[in-house]
Design a protein around this ligand. Sequence first.
Ligand SMILES: Cc1cc2nc3c(=O)[nH]c(=O)nc-3n(C[C@H](O)[C@H](O)[C@H](O)COP(=O)(O)OP(=O)(O)OC[C@H]3O[C@@H](n4cnc5c(N)ncnc54)[C@H](O)[C@@H]3O)c2cc1C
Length: 479
Amino acid sequence: MIQDFADNKVLPEFDVCIVGAGPAGITVALKLGEAGLKVGLLEAGGMTFEQRSQDIYEVESIGRDLYANSTRLRFLGGTSNHWSGRCRPFVHWDFERKTVGDLPGWPISFDEMQRYLPEAMKILDLPAQGFESENGPLKGGYFEADIFALSPPTRFAEKYLEQLRDSSNIVLALNCNLTEIKLDQSDEHAVGIEVAGYDKQRHAVKSKYYIMAMGAIENSRILLNSSSLASIDAVRDMAGVGFMEHLNVGLGEFILNEYSEKKSWQYYTTEKIIEEKSVGRGNVAFGILQEITSYGRTAKIKTFLKGLVCGLGVKDKVQYLSSLHCPGEGVIGTLLEQFPKRDMNRITLSDEIDYFGLKRAKLNWQLGSDDLHTIRTIAIEIAKAFADSGLGFVKLRDYIHRDDVPLPVSPHAHHMGGTRMALDASGGVVDGNCKVFGLDNLFIVGSSVFATGGGGNPTMPLVQLALRLADYIADMAKH
Ligand SMILES: Cc1cc2nc3c(=O)[nH]c(=O)nc-3n(C[C@H](O)[C@H](O)[C@H](O)COP(=O)(O)OP(=O)(O)OC[C@H]3O[C@@H](n4cnc5c(N)ncnc54)[C@H](O)[C@@H]3O)c2cc1C
């Protein structure tokens, strides 16, 4: 059932209380509801976008801009309301690195993740044939064809609204904001959480287990704001540590040797380049500009032709004319792994206060020297491989080989880490079962638990982890 917390503040005691109804929270809620547990799913926003909720996502940014206010959505369905749907799984090597950056790698095996891939693919409406690649490897062995699949993209609120409404085991409470997590005297057990509606009145909610699913930045922010958690080593020392984004860098431009109907080529780093060059993983995409633009060496001619043809009223010939003389030209973009660091890119608290009196997140997103090394090495190696394979010519941007030219990096809206998964509290906030170290009933799910970001997209793996957590809790609840 769905309840608006603005109208009805009475919530029953739950078996499992999940906070945040984006892809992570909705996935766990539905699976636990199906397993027969009484589930509370508390969502800060309502059914659609409202500024009063979104304002709470304002952050204090003191590094490179992550656009963290506009790349998250704070209402039912969360950021899935505007995600693009690209899915690319982790690779088994991601789980075999002992240390990445200066932090420990994943404490679980790749198979643990892989087990949940088919179920996650169904949830995300991915094509049955799975992940596909269209182009072959480049010469040199450093890059192979990337594989990926596109979700429609699945909007979780739209897809699962009816199921949430009809479930007799799930109470979805809208406009219900988590403000604090309370521990009992043992300091080992969450005894309740405090929530508030937009009238700012605080209310207690009780449950056997609690799961935080508020997105990567908020999972850290709420832990850091909860004063009763300050005595928990993992929270005090590690909450906010190891935040990561994927690096989105324009590497340069390319011109094909021959005209091609194909409009994009996507490559992925092989283990050879990771081992030989000590770089992060990732995707390099060559995309042909689809439109006649004022960009590139033939821009002037194309613009002239466009004007001429449009003026004559034969718009359908624009594409033909624009490609007549041109072998093709395009831009090269990336989705590259950022190494997690203990002291860099840490989420901390600002002195600025939000509507509910909680400290806002302070983000200092920076590029490390090893991130710079990843970008530059991959740029140079892919340019060589592209040319050696006879596909065309690449012109790299000046900042790839010059330190005096600022290197612009944009985020991909992939917020990861901050409550990372590790073997013990010296390396992270949660254990291999997503349980907060030192507490017996507080769990975290979402890309905040990623130990590394790899070179793929985060939503499918976080759905895999959500399914795995649901199985773990359903099993615990039986005993
Ligand atoms: C433009 C864009 C394109 C993207 N494209 C891709 C893509 O192609 N592939 C991909 O894998 N990923 C993509 N992403 C990322 C993807 O959207 C996220 O990985 C995914 O939505 C994260 O799911 P989540 O459930 O962990 O968090 P969210 O979707 O952020 O959900 C968190 C939920 O928690 C709620 N909440 C927050 N605070 C509180 C609180 N205090 N109390 C109660 N509830 C709270 C929020 O309202 C929200 O509903 C994209 C993101 C953007 C912005």
